[in-house]
Design a protein around this ligand. Structure first.
Ligand code: PRT
Ligand code: ZN
Length: 225
């Protein structure tokens, strides 16, 4: 558990955030020997353990205090926070800083033949998404009622498959939307990767290590700007 003297950091095992998260830690001087089969990687030169997991698990691990730090997309963090608030589970953590990778937006999109004026054009229609809480918050703010179609993957094919009228999904270049005969109509959330810390009180030694890492991250990212 994180009560051990070693700092526990959760990073995405494999996916869009893994390489950049590892690269950032390496450029902060943290050395790792990764064994692809292993969940945990121990640093050779600092009291740091890396926990390599699905990105969706990272906010919960940090909010429950199982790990001390996590690299995560703000979209996943905020969706999990909204979910946990409804379930009365711990839903807080400190956002130490935004990072300069993993940029994307969560957007509404509809088929090219759909005549869209505003989000109100979706009133009463079905929207496929993997982000039901962020979508609900946006639609509630606009006072629009809609029907959910919860999909963990293949969201962009839902309209063509007749499962939904529109989608709410992550977009970066827009190529996936275009390839699926969809167009982006509203950006509902803008996201980048970020570094989060558990609310649990740290020992002075661990907090000093976190501060050192953060200061190195600041120098590395400033140098990249
Ligand atoms: O296996 P695991 O659960 O860990 O990974 P995952 O498949 O859930 O996540 P992954 O690796 O795809 O994405 C991790 C994080 O990267 C996301 O939560 C975002 O914070 C960030 N990110 C940045 C993106 C994108 N850009 C992105 N383009 N996540 C997903 N996409 C997908 C999007 O869902 C769509 O299918 O890429 C497609 C759109 O891309 P464009 O370029 O065609 O617009
Ligand atoms: Zn995921």
């Amino acid at each position: 558990m994180s009560e051990s003297g070693r700092l526990r950091i959760a990073i995405q095992k494999s996916g869009r955030l893994s390489k950049e998260s590892m690269k950032l830690l390496k450029s902060c001087g943290v050395k790792f020997n990764i064994n692809e089969q292993r969940l945990i990687a121990h640093s050779d030169n600092m009291p740091i353990d890396l926990l390599r997991v699905r990105d969706d698990d990272i906010p919960g691990l940090v909010m429950d205090g199982v790990v001390d730090l996590g690299f995560i997309g703000e979209n996943v963090l905020e969706e999990e926070q909204l979910e946990r608030q409804q379930l009365d589970k711990p839903a807080t953590c400190q956002k130490l800083r935004q990072l300069d990778f993993g940029a994307c937006r969560l957007s509404l999109a509809v088929p090219t033949e759909f005549s869209y004026d505003s989000a109100a054009s979706l009133e009463g229609l079905r929207i496929a998404t993997s982000y039901p809480n962020l979508l609900r918050r946006y639609m509630q703010e606009k006072g629009i009622s809609y029907r959910d179609c919860m999909l963990k993957g293949s969201v962009e094919v839902a309209p063509r498959a007749g499962l939904a009228d529109g989608i709410c999904d992550l977009v970066s270049t827009g190529a996936t939307l275009e390839a699926n005969g969809l167009y982006e109509t509203e950006v509902i959330y803008r996201s980048t990767a970020c570094l989060i810390q558990s609310e649990q009180e740290q020992t002075p030694a661990k907090q000093a290590l976190i501060d050192k890492l953060l200061s190195r991250i600041n120098s590395v990212t400033q140098a990249r700007e």
